[in-house]
Design a protein around this ligand. Structure first.
Ligand SMILES: [Zn+2]
Length: 381
């Protein structure tokens, strides 16, 4: 057997506890060494997936993420640390993965996973792992994998629950489950719903296990695992291909990746959007509102809340009426969105950005913070 088709003594020692598992052996370990895995997102899920795949001896890991490491990432994105704050996540992740396994090759894709590069990237890897936090990229990954004939391991987390999907070619795809991209405003994001790092660890570790199982040829059909950490339950659902699926069905409407079909909607501010921050403090909001070109302040609370207290000059558009009243929010002026504590307004801010409003920011802490820090005459409730 040529040397390149054998494990070195060093590798045998390193992976000894894994090699002895049924279905692995030296042949399985060699398969992992030959494997190329593309990680979409080096975040809460990508961190454990990347670390465990690196440690398991996967030969090449590609990391596609356009973001930089921010302090609010660190409680769950354990591949990054305080020493890499502000660095591109690709570089930060590559350092950590290289530390856990110096034999690993890491390919950086700091441009992220886009409509332009999706087909090319998918073709260069054996398995695609989707740990992204937005629907646009999630569906792009799903469609690109169907069109490119690659397995996709998907994960998502919300609050204390999550799911892991394994989608193998011709046995059911993500669109068989979710045919259309949901409206951004209909689903809370991790920025406003919150998430535990450990929940990301549960889901991410399960994703890594599935990736390894796929690489070792231990999966033969698509499946979905739904986990509720708070309730202590998990459910495994066998999937099958839907003949009416818009992507993998018998008469698919999705035959190519079209840019218009994947508008970015993300937890973290998508970079092409604008220089406008996703969120401003009440102090910054006051400075802007008393400046020469004050932004429009949109209050998205309910009418009875507005009756209790309001910030002078704000326009009341309750959250659930925003989609129908977009015409009342001009696109050509800066907009601040405010609610009681900042949760609903963040959701509306994300929604407006997805609708093309580039200069919209959330007011952090809402009117309650305003009352505490800016104007005590505004009643609290
Ligand atoms: Zn499908």
């Amino acid at each position: 057997m040529p040397a390149e088709q054998r494990l070195s003594d060093h590798e045998r020692a390193l992976y000894s506890r894994q090699i002895r598992l049924p279905g692995v052996g030296e042949a399985g370990q060699l398969r992992l060494r030959e494997a190329k895995v593309l990680l979409l997102g080096a975040g809460g899920l990508g961190s454990p997936v990347g670390l465990y795949l690196a440690a398991a001896g996967v030969g090449l890991i590609g990391v596609a993420d356009p973001d930089k490491v921010e302090i609010s990432n660190l409680h769950r994105q354990i591949v990054h640390g305080f020493d890499t704050l502000g660095l591109p996540k690709t570089i930060s992740a590559a350092e950590a993965l290289g530390e856990i396994n110096p034999g690993l090759k890491v390919a950086l894709h700091p441009e992220g996973f886009t409509v332009e590069n999706a087909a090319d990237l998918v073709a260069r890897y054996d398995v695609v792992v989707d740990g992204t936090d937005n629907f646009a990229t999630r569906f792009l990954a799903a469609d690109a994998c169907v069109l490119g004939g690659r397995p996709l391991v998907h994960g998502s987390v919300l609050r204390e629950a999550g799911q892991v999907g394994v989608f193998l070619p011709r046995t059911g795809c993500y669109r068989c489950l979710y045919p259309v991209i949901p409206d951004a405003s209909s689903v809370p994001t991790c920025a406003d719903a919150g998430v535990f790092g450990a929940t990301c660890g549960v889901i991410g570790s399960w994703m890594a296990s599935e990736v390894i199982a796929v690489l070792l040829g231990k999966r033969s059909s698509s499946r979905l695992l739904v986990v509720d950490v708070a309730a202590g339950t998990s459910k495994l659902i066998a999937l099958s291909a839907d003949p009416a699926c818009p992507c993998c069905g018998s008469a698919p409407s999705i035959r190519a990746l079209e840019k218009a079909a994947y508008a970015p909607v993300s937890c973290s501010s998508p970079e092409p959007m604008s220089e406008t921050p996703l969120e401003v403090t009440v102090e910054e909001a006051q400075r802007l509102l008393s400046g020469p070109n004050p932004p429009l302040l949109v209050d998205v609370r309910e009418m009875d809340e507005y009756a209790v207290c309001r910030i002078e000059g704000s326009r009341l558009i309750p959250m659930n009426t925003v989609p129908a009243r977009l015409a009342e929010i001009p696109q050509d002026v800066p907009v601040l969105v405010q609610c009681h504590h900042g949760g609903r307004s963040m959701k509306v801010t994300q929604f407006l950005r997805a609708k093309g409003y580039a200069r919209v920011s959330n007011v952090k802490g809402g009117i309650d913070a305003w009352s505490l820090k800016i104007d005590p005459k505004v009643p609290r409730y």
